[in-house]
Design a protein around this ligand. Sequence first.
Ligand SMILES: NC(=O)C1=CN([C@@H]2O[C@H](COP(=O)(O)OP(=O)(O)OC[C@H]3O[C@@H](n4cnc5c(N)ncnc54)[C@H](O)[C@@H]3O)[C@@H](O)[C@H]2O)C=CC1
Ligand SMILES: O=C(CO)COP(=O)(O)O
Length: 324
Amino acid sequence: MTLAVIGAGAWGTALALAAARAEQSVRLWARDGTQVQAMRETGENAKALPGVPLGSAILPTADLSEALSDAEAVLVVVPAQTLRQVLPQLAPHLAPLIPLVLCAKGIERDTGLLPSDIARETTANPLLSLSGPSFAADVGRGLPTAVVVGAQDEALAGEIARFMSSGSFRCYSNGDLRGVEAGGALKNVFALAAGAAAGAGLGASAQAALVTRGFVELRRLATRLGANPETIMGLSGLGDLLLTCSSAQSRNFAYGLALGRGESREGLKLAEGVPTAGIAAHLAVQHGIEAPIINAVTEILAGRLTIGDAVEALMTRPLKSEDI
Ligand SMILES: NC(=O)C1=CN([C@@H]2O[C@H](COP(=O)(O)OP(=O)(O)OC[C@H]3O[C@@H](n4cnc5c(N)ncnc54)[C@H](O)[C@@H]3O)[C@@H](O)[C@H]2O)C=CC1
Ligand SMILES: O=C(CO)COP(=O)(O)O
């Protein structure tokens, strides 16, 4: 099968490598011609995923037509906030039934839309989401993990899962597209919180309590956004929450860590939880859901609350039933 990967950042490159290991042929598109030239010359993506040879099954290209003309499926791997800009550029090159696998983890800041909602505004092609615990650096090096491919049409999700799976990349399928997307988008907000708690030296007990209560908020809000609560128990919800809330390898956790230590965040890598937190807080209000951790993250990011005050506010909320 020939796959196109749109976006040659860390995750796009890692997914291209995963597909190549699954014996697919891959066109890896980047908007930056100089980066493509460098990838062709050096055989690696030194900018986004250094030290991992791309191999002969991956063709880097800056030409969308070359990337998409013979693609049988397309993985869209650009940040959530740029999807609205990128997706319309693909449309003229796409045959109607080519599946689009959305791999961004975020909610659009200005609209509250998940990636598939944004895509639905510009395309009638079948939409899927690939999500789950998977650091680009791990997947790029061929370390083992399991992820999930979600689509309303679970048979199609299963087909894409089979094409992407290899001995080191195990893809499950799920018929709950919104659930798969919502878990991946929201877990980043809690990774910011967990990182901030670690940076502020609040201790391992606080971390565990925060992640557990964060999971309750995640499940509540995701369910209101249309997720099946069972999906949230899986790889794209609990699985990814556990990964990103426990490792400084996560860019969201690392961003939170810097916040908690009072360090500058300038120059840090993409942290999708930052634009997602505020809109998630807004959606929680809209759906009448209690989300004190999402609110605290939003207020801290906006500079309206210190971490000390957030801890006090969370700890002194009225006592209540555990309500999971
Ligand atoms: N890095 C990781 O471990 C994982 C990342 N993700 C998700 O994948 C998405 C992408 O993340 P990364 O690749 O890691 O980020 P990155 O920052 O490494 O790369 C983003 C890529 O998107 C490109 N891009 C940005 N705006 C664009 C535009 N308007 N037009 C064309 N290309 C554009 C950039 O040039 C860059 O190559 C995010 O939503 C992230 O949450 C998901 C799983 C793992
Ligand atoms: O989604 C990820 C792992 O599953 C990557 O998390 P970060 O974007 O926080 O690095």
